[in-house]
Write a protein that binds this ligand. Structure first.
Ligand code: SF4
Length: 380
């Protein structure tokens, strides 16, 4: 896995040179130097970009400046001697995303379209709430999982994000919202674009960086990763020393219905998913979250609610109901509020069940609506 587009480019050029079987590069091959992004590096990575004669605490100075002080530019790391700063500037760059567009909702939600180093863009949503803000970040550009109720699915997958691009969304949004000094106020949900468990190494590396008490210092319990049900990766996540909380996007009460609205379940069956959930090692402060997008006349009946209760029996969990947020290209409709309440009432008799209030509907920032092509229709 390449950490950045720059590394990928360098690797391609090296491969091109090797193919020529020549000790010197062919005349048409030019080595392009791409500075390494520092955001996304752990302490051990930072040691590698310093000259070998430098003491170990230099890497710690960089680490603290980037993740604790959250500098906006490498030149701000004034704890480093000038020659080391120059070396750093020649080898690396901070690597934060830049703003392509910002959309403000009447309910205070901010939706960011952020530029990545290779010209692609990714979406991040900040939802101010009483006391604590929720930041919804992306793990991939687009998504390979074809959920039939989600507009992001219409993009397909462009590529997975690096750990730095995942962390960069948090640092960017925190700075923009004036919360840089208080990142502990965030809840972070990896429920934006992409299937996080199909990018698990980078998601876990980003989580380690976000949670490190010597850096950004966000508690594991404040970060949630949501999956459509990539079963082998759920077992892998369970093994990680530092891991976010787990949410499962359930959305159906039977195997047949789930296969219809979430085709990925043809590979990862509902029965096996439930087995993985029962085996998942919850920490003493943790409950599993199940998300259920209600589609009018499809998965929202009383019988569906009763089957959901049966499916989740004996799992320490809570259920979040989301009435479909509609969009062009989506064939389903939003259920009436009374139907949503009736569904909730049945599930609530057996386990905690909440209705998720849609946020940022006027800027297409709500669940399942993230898709770049529709932005022309929004007033910035
Ligand atoms: S709901 Fe999540 S996993 Fe499914 S297509 Fe949308 S972004 Fe991908």
């Amino acid at each position: 896995m390449f950490e950045s587009f720059g590394q990928l480019l360098i690797a391609l050029l090296i491969a091109l040179m090797e193919e020529s079987h020549s000790p010197t590069p062919p005349p048409h091959a030019k080595i392009i130097f791409m500075p390494q992004p520092i955001v996304g590096m752990e302490l051990s990575d930072m040691r590698q970009i310093l000259p070998p004669d430098q003491p170990a605490y230099r890497a710690q100075q960089i680490y603290r400046a980037v993740y604790q002080q959250k500098v906006a530019d490498l030149v701000e790391i004034t704890t480093l001697p000038a020659p080391i700063r120059e070396h750093l500037a020649s080898e690396a760059e901070l690597g934060l995303p830049t703003l392509a567009q910002r959309y403000l909702s009447t309910d205070g939600t901010r939706r960011y379209l952020l530029n990545l180093a290779d010209g692609r863009t990714v979406e991040t949503v900040l939802m101010p709430m009483d006391g604590r803000d929720t930041l919804c970040i992306s793990s991939q550009v687009g998504c390979p999982v074809n959920c039939q109720f989600c507009m992001t699915a219409l993009l397909g997958l462009e590529r997975s994000l690096t750990a730095g691009e995942i962390v960069g969304q948090v640092l960017y949004a925190a700075r923009d919202a004036g919360l840089l000094a208080d990142t502990k106020r965030f809840n972070i949900v990896m429920m934006g674009m992409g299937e996080p468990l199909l990018n698990l190494p980078n998601v876990l590396k980003a989580t380690r960086i976000l949670c490190d008490q010597k850096g950004i210092n966000i508690a594991e319990r404040r970060i949630t990763v949501s999956t459509s049900g990539i079963i082998p990766k759920i077992y892998e996540l369970a093994e990680a020393e530092v891991r976010p909380k787990l949410a499962i996007s359930l959305n159906a009460s039977t195997e047949e219905m789930r296969q219809e609205i979430m085709p990925i379940t043809r590979k990862y069956h509902l029965k096996d998913l439930m087995e993985a959930c029962r085996a998942y090692p919850l920490r003493n402060w943790e409950t599993l979250m199940f998300e259920y997008v209600l589609l009018k006349g499809v998965n929202d009946t009383d019988d569906d609610a009763r089957r959901v209760v049966k499916l989740l029996a004996n799992i320490n969990c809570k259920v979040n109901l989301i009435a479909l947020n509609p969009g062009p290209g989506i064939a389903y409709e939003t259920p009436d509020p009374e139907r949503v309440l009736a569904f909730q009432e049945i599930v609530m008799r057996s386990m905690p069940c909440f209705i998720r209030r849609p946020r940022g509907l006027d800027i297409f920032a709500a669940c399942g609506q993230l898709k770049r092509n529709n932005l022309e229709t929004i007033t910035a």
